[in-house]
Write a protein that binds this ligand. Structure first.
Ligand SMILES: NC(=O)c1ccc[n+]([C@@H]2O[C@H](COP(=O)([O-])OP(=O)(O)OC[C@H]3O[C@@H](n4cnc5c(N)ncnc54)[C@H](OP(=O)(O)O)[C@@H]3O)[C@@H](O)[C@H]2O)c1
Length: 262
């Protein structure tokens, strides 16, 4: 793998993924852009080729479709120039759990969780073998906050966080860097898909600010990057509480409070 490996970015036609594409191109990385909208990706690639001179391939794929997903997996497995995967493609659905259809929920899980784990699974063995490379997974603060009421979306994002932590545990010692990025409300089209009016919301981050902050975390090789969280000590305390349970979670006998009296 070269010093400046190629980067495969999913969901690169707009929003956070398109900004990742721009930032990595400006850093001199060749790109492989993945999404469904070829016209948008062609326009982005044309501009970035002209401005940066990097090589950009477009790999159209609907990541909820097994055959399309298989094409992207094959590319990640076989193209040794790709050293960084940005698992960004994702969507959200509006309304409450009982109002959402099971088919909608299933498609959401397919894109936000299943595709992400399959793509990580396709590239991880090659990166582990090479002893280098990176996988960036875009989660969300929603995965930490069931109280937001975005239950299935949040569950997929909790999955992204856990997957990233587990991958870091397994692959970190082999030289592969894993990052989970947890944005909060960021100005992209995702909010149109849930039927929400961004202009009526407060504390909306601009997408360039989000990606630039995420890249600071990337350059520091941080495992969990939460750009909107100003007090990093809160994350450390949260993760510390989890780690305090280690060594106390596995016991032969049920805890005293679960033993029936008499
Ligand atoms: N914006 C926020 O407030 C926010 C907050 C927290 C986390 N996030 C996360 O950030 C990531 C990017 O979201 P965004 O805000 O940039 O959303 P976005 O503007 O809606 O962009 C989503 C991207 O994913 C692609 N995509 C959607 N469905 C796809 C499919 N079936 N197959 C392949 N690609 C697909 C879209 O391209 P095509 O339509 O061309 O396929 C697009 O490029 C997501 O994982 C999201 O959950 C966003």
């Amino acid at each position: 793998m070269s010093q400046n490996p190629a980067v495969l970015i999913t969901g690169a036609s707009t929003g956070i993924g398109a900004i990742y594409a721009e930032r990595f191109a400006r850093r001199g990385h060749d790109l492989v852009l993945v999404a469904r909208d070829v016209t948008r990706m062609e326009a982005l690639a044309g501009r970035l080729r002209q401005e940066t001179g990097v090589t950009i391939d477009i790999l159209p794929a609907d990541l909820t479709q097994a055959s399309d997903l298989a094409k992207v997996e094959a590319r990640l497995r076989d193209d040794a120039r790709i050293g960084i995967l940005v698992n960004n493609a994702g969507t959200a659905i509006g309304r409450t759990f009982v109002e959402q259809s099971v088919d909608e929920m299933t498609r959401l899980v397919a894109l936000n969780a299943t595709a992400l784990v399959r793509l990580a699974g396709a590239i991880a063995p090659r990166l582990a073998e090479a002893g280098e490379g990176a996988i960036v997974n875009i989660g969300s603060v929603v995965g930490l906050v069931p109280e937001f009421g975005m239950t299935v979306y949040g569950a997929t994002k909790a999955f992204v966080l856990f997957l990233s932590q587990g991958l870091a545990h397994e692959l970190g010692p082999k030289g592969v860097y894993i990052q989970a990025v947890l944005p909060a409300t960021t100005r992209t089209e995702i909010w149109d898909h849930v039927g929400a009016d961004l202009d009526a919301m407060s504390n909306v981050m601009e997408v360039g600010d989000l990606v630039d902050a995420a890249l600071v975390g990337f350059d520091r090789r941080e495992l969990v990057t939460i750009p909107p969280l100003h007090d990093a000590g809160l994350w450390d305390a949260f993760d510390g509480a989890r780690k305090a349970m280690l060594g106390k979670l596995v016991n032969a006998l049920p805890a005293e409070r679960y033993r029936r009296l008499g």
